[in-house]
Write a protein that binds this ligand. Sequence first.
Ligand SMILES: [Zn+2]
Length: 88
Amino acid sequence: MHHARNVLESAGIRAVVRNEYLSSAMGELPPAECQPQLWVLDDADAARAELLLTEEPVGSEWECACGESLGAQFTQCWSCGRARGAGR
Ligand SMILES: [Zn+2]
């Protein structure tokens, strides 16, 4: 969740993580009610923020257009040189 916020802030979008302190205090609520949520402070940034987070799944592998599977830490394909997210 904090990683997601960092992604947004590096793109110039201000965001805050809500509920992170409630998680431990409200143990009797269903887990879904206690999950930290990422709030974008400016509504005008919401659509762009969603796009950014969709384009960069946190901590997941990705597959290049050439078919190579790459770890989450790589931003470029070592096989064909394409940047992550390019030319699907
Ligand atoms: Zn490739």
